[in-house]
Design a protein around this ligand. Structure first.
Ligand code: FE
Ligand code: FE
Ligand code: ZN
Length: 303
């Protein structure tokens, strides 16, 4: 069965229970969320009763806990230690995040490896390695998935080689995996018209068995632009057919495919509202046919 879902919200009021409800409303059988706002580190306590309620709802909808993904906040930067306090804070935050994730019963945590800022590539990579070696416990069940990045600014891990160097320095490499992001791969310079040749390189250096999650996004920019701006499925430079091929690749049938495409904005509405595209994108993917009227249909549905 196709494992497809999207980013959903996680609100302090109903926590995982609300996330499951949202995912189900999109027709998804997997999903990803941040345990709070993606741009800050304020987090609420995981509520036991809400978690239990969520588990029942998951069960009723045939969604497996092992296919749910948490994304760490993107302000966490393990690559830069110029400010020791900030670096220590990031490490401690991730230790706590692992606790929250395990209380929810989730086993996949996606992380942006980091940006070296004023340092250099080598120091940045060493900082990531040191941080991960401090964070990871040998008996943890959670897989930390390093995301492939677009190479915006001083971002690391837009190259397979960066990931390889991190794996080589890890004390417990069996706890670390990779999350491919199609928009980021395109923006990093990998041609998704020829995904197989990317996978071949990845397999040679890291191993396809290390791919534990895929973020499926189209891109607003041309290949190699290092921009990182996601586009709705079939409406960007990667294109529907290329994305469909990745989504339906037999080798990834057991790993969650997650949409992080942009909300559709309704300029006509006076309140300038935005609507989630996921229900409609998931339908297109299941139908294997592009909806040329996607944006209009989304606006009509939510109005
Ligand atoms: Fe990400
Ligand atoms: Fe992503
Ligand atoms: Zn991105």
């Amino acid at each position: 069965m196709l494992l497809i879902g999207s980013h959903v919200s996680f609100k302090s009021s109903d926590q995982l229970y609300g996330s499951v409800k949202e995912a189900v409303s999109y027709g998804a059988n997997t999903f990803m969320f941040y345990t709070g706002a993606p741009q800050n580190t304020k987090r609420c306590k995981i509520d036991y009763d809400l978690t239990l309620k969520a588990r029942n709802l998951l069960y009723e909808n045939n969604i497996e806990l092992k296919n749910i993904v948490v994304h760490a906040p993107y302000i966490i930067n393990l690559a830069n230690n110029e400010n020791k306090e900030k670096y220590e804070f990031a490490i401690n935050f991730l230790k706590e995040e692992l606790n929250r994730v395990s209380m929810l019963g989730i086993t996949l945590l996606v992380l942006h490896p980091g940006s070296y800022v004023n340092l250099d590539e080598n120091l940045g990579i060493q900082n990531i390695i040191n941080a991960l070696n401090e964070i990871i416990k040998p008996n943890q069940e959670i897989k930390i998935c390093l995301e492939t990045m677009a190479g915006k600014g001083t971002e690391l891990c837009y190259k397979i080689d960066h990931l390889k160097r991190i794996f080589d320095g890890l004390k417990f490499p069996d706890k670390v995996f990779v999350c491919l992001d199609t928009c980021h791969l395109n923006d990093a310079g990998y041609d998704l018209n020829d995904f197989d040749s990317y996978l071949k390189k990845f397999d040679d250096k890291i191993g396809l068995n290390k791919i534990a999650c895929i973020h499926v996004n189209d891109s607003k920019n041309v290949i190699g632009s290092h921009k990182d701006r996601h586009e709705n499925i079939g409406y960007g430079t990667i294109g529907f057919d290329n994305l469909l091929k990745i989504i339906y690749d037999e080798r990834f049938k057991d790993i969650p495919k997650i949409l992080e495409t942009p909300y559709v904005s309704d300029c006509e509405s006076s309140k300038n509202k935005t609507y989630p595209p996921y229900k409609f994108e998931i339908e297109m993917i299941k139908d294997k046919k592009i909806n040329d009227n996607l944006i209009e249909e989304i606006k009509k549905f939510y109005n």
